[in-house]
Design a protein around this ligand. Sequence first.
Ligand code: ATP
Ligand code: MG
Length: 361
Amino acid sequence: MLSTSRGISLVLAIAISGLVAAFLSLMDDATPLLIVTAGGLALAAAYLLINITLEFLVFREIGNIYSLLEKIQKKDLSEVSNKSSKSSISPLRKINSVINSYAIARQKEIDTLQKNAEFRREFIADISHELKTPIFATQGYIHTLLDGAMDDKQVRMKFLKRAAKSLDSLDILVQDLLTLNQMESGVIKFVFSDFDLKEIIDEVIEELEHKASKRKVTINFKYDLEKNYITHADRQKIYRVCQNLIFNAVKYNHDEGEVKITLKSHKNHIQVDIKDDGQGIPPEDLKRIFERFYRVEKSRNKKDGGTGLGLAIVKHILEGHKSKISVSSTVGKGSIFSFSLPLVKSTSHEETPKPETSTLK
Ligand SMILES: Nc1ncnc2c1ncn2[C@@H]1O[C@H](COP(=O)(O)OP(=O)(O)OP(=O)(O)O)[C@@H](O)[C@H]1O
Ligand SMILES: [Mg+2]
């Protein structure tokens, strides 16, 4: 009982009322009724005041600190309050607030570490799967050749070509992973120069024309002949961005589909829109397509299916240019991917511009 706030308050109140009564009894004109009344009042008032003080300023705060410490021990910080009571004058409340913020900070750290560990696990699983496919395929062809298929000239050529194709895709995968890794760790250099965005897109279209015409996909490129499309960026990397976006628009289109590329020159920037009338992307996948290895079509054997690294690289490259990629898509109708780059207004771009380098942050 003595350890509770009520017990302590009662003992102190009795002591105070005893002192008051003893003090009054020393006075000559104090009647017994006065002494008893004053003692009683002192007891009640002291009890109330001490109890309130202990309950609200000390015990409740200590209780809060204990429950917080218990939660920290149990690693259950989901309900730890984020309220700051730094402005409070009570030292106990301040201690509570410090422990509170410490616990929240540690919990955030733990959450990040757990997320990173999960991300690593997923990444290793994805990477192993992606590497396994071309390795197994090549292994299969080589072993079949060694087991006797080598003697047939036609089969030999066919299998060697297939093995070479699998190794090529393995090479592309490793190159893409290296590029992503270098961009994420900030070691990759961006070589900035002035160049014509229109020319880059023309080059990409030329490169993809054969693939597109095989599936009778038409590529339309729209721009204003009188306008300037000179930008200041890393030419090689922007080529990569356009290549993946236009290639995707062809690859994920239906046969005889259409890809429309539009360049719009604004006051300070050039907008590139790449629109297809293909299969579209479901809303739940739309926010994930920029993640590494994410593919809407999960089937690994899908003809022409890529590794799912293209858009992750596009996103990183554009971030390195302080730009970003946006997408809107309707299933069954098609998708439109857009990004912007700065417009170089000067007409003196014919003078050879000096390349500058910068590192992705
Ligand atoms: N224009 C598009 N229309 C429909 N789906 C698309 C389109 N562009 C991308 N996607 C979906 O987003 C996924 C991720 O695209 P991304 O370019 O990152 O990878 P990929 O094309 O599969 O492989 P990679 O580009 O590495 O060869 C694709 O697998 C596809 O499912
Ligand atoms: Mg792609």
